[in-house]
Design a protein around this ligand. Structure first.
Ligand SMILES: [Fe+2]
Ligand SMILES: [Fe+2]
Length: 343
């Protein structure tokens, strides 16, 4: 037997001699792990030594050494990393942080105090649950537990993706009837951002560029607010179309001068102000959604300023062609809202 095997065997033999953790001579176990670390160093030896260090000296210093273990590429993602950190944090009395680490894997503490995790924890649970005991007995057949543990670790790798997917569709923080409206708001603010990008692309008129740059900044803030409210997979599927439509709605009038730009903005913003007003009215008196209503009120207030600013800059009433264009923009906005509510 070489030094490595002898060391591991010696540590393993010392542990069962103790009746409980309290009766274990942890200083001796720590010394043995130090010895083992010299003759047969490895990430698992280091990690096991952290546990002995916690029991012999205290969890504070052990947590420092644990952090170094967690950075070891050989232990990246290993299930014992969060399990041991949770144990150390629990020893330190930081139950909140320990809970977060325990939740990284499924844990069960048996009646005799033994803490199990992963597949072993599920099996322990099945063994005492009425109707599930047959599964507990099946899992104890030779070779089944390691397979279940491998499946569980596979699930843990998938779990962050599953959680992201759930978050990407979760609208439980919104009134159910409002998801369609907020989808249209998000689509509308996307279009608004691209209207001003279209203007900036199409014109060299400094007055129009200053106007568009200022409005673009506000519309981007609106879009951020809507993006924070509406999870990605609940947004309109037609966002590319809204971007293109917005760009064209901004660029086209910008090619024809200030009068066309300000008339278009006034037409769009007049529609948007009304669109927000319907939603604000619908949420009136719903105290549980006061924060959502306030977001809509704040956005509407900006849209009112945009409309008034555009109208104030109009030097004359629009001619028939521009009036027809503005009417088309208003009807197009209404159609876009109808589509975005559904798609
Ligand atoms: Fe906006
Ligand atoms: Fe606006």
């Amino acid at each position: 037997m070489n030094a490595c095997s002898a060391g591991k065997t010696f540590v393993a033999k010392r542990l069962p001699e103790a009746v409980s953790a309290a009766e274990t001579d942890w200083l001796e176990i720590l010394a043995l792990y130090d010895l083992l670390g010299m003759v047969a160093p490895g990430p698992m030896v280091t990690l096991n030594r952290v546990v002995a260090l916690a029991m012999a000296v205290g969890p504070g210093v052990a947590l420092t050494e644990h952090a170094a273990c967690a950075d070891d590429p050989a232990l990246l993602g290993h299930h014992r990393i969060p399990a041991i950190r949770a144990h150390l944090l629990e020893l330190q009395g930081d139950l909140g942080a320990a809970r977060a680490d325990y939740l990284a894997r499924f844990h069960v503490r048996r009646a005799d105090g033994l803490l199990l995790s992963g597949a072993a924890a599920f099996i322990a649970l099945w063994q005492v649950m009425p109707g599930w005991r047959w599964l507990g007995r099946f899992a104890m057949l030779p070779g089944i537990t390691p397979v279940l543990e491998l499946l569980y670790r596979g699930f843990l790798r998938l779990r962050p993706g599953i959680q992201r997917l759930v978050r990407a569709v979760d609208t439980s923080h919104l009134p159910a009837s409002f998801v369609g409206d907020l989808r249209s708001d998000h689509a509308g603010e996307t279009g608004a951002v691209w209207i001003y990008r279209g203007m900036l692309w199409a014109t060299r008129d400094e007055a129009v560029r200053a106007f568009a740059a200022h409005h673009l900044h506000t519309e981007m803030q609106h879009l951020e607010k809507m993006s924070a409210l509406l999870p990605p997979l609940r947004r309109s599927w037609l966002l590319t179309g809204w971007r293109v439509a917005g760009f064209a709605t901004g660029a086209l009038p910008a090619l024809f001068g200030r009068q066309a730009v300000f008339s278009t903005v006034a037409a769009v913003e007049s529609f948007v102000v009304q669109h927000y007003q319907h939603q604000i009215d619908a949420l009136a008196g719903q105290s549980s959604h006061a924060a959502l209503r306030q977001v809509l009120v704040d956005c509407q207030s900006d849209e009112l300023d945009h409309r008034d600013e555009a109208q104030a800059q109009l030097a004359q009433s629009p001619g028939w062609l521009l009036a027809a264009w503005c009417a088309a923009v208003g009807r197009g906005s209404a159609l876009a809202v109808t589509l975005a509510r559904r798609l």
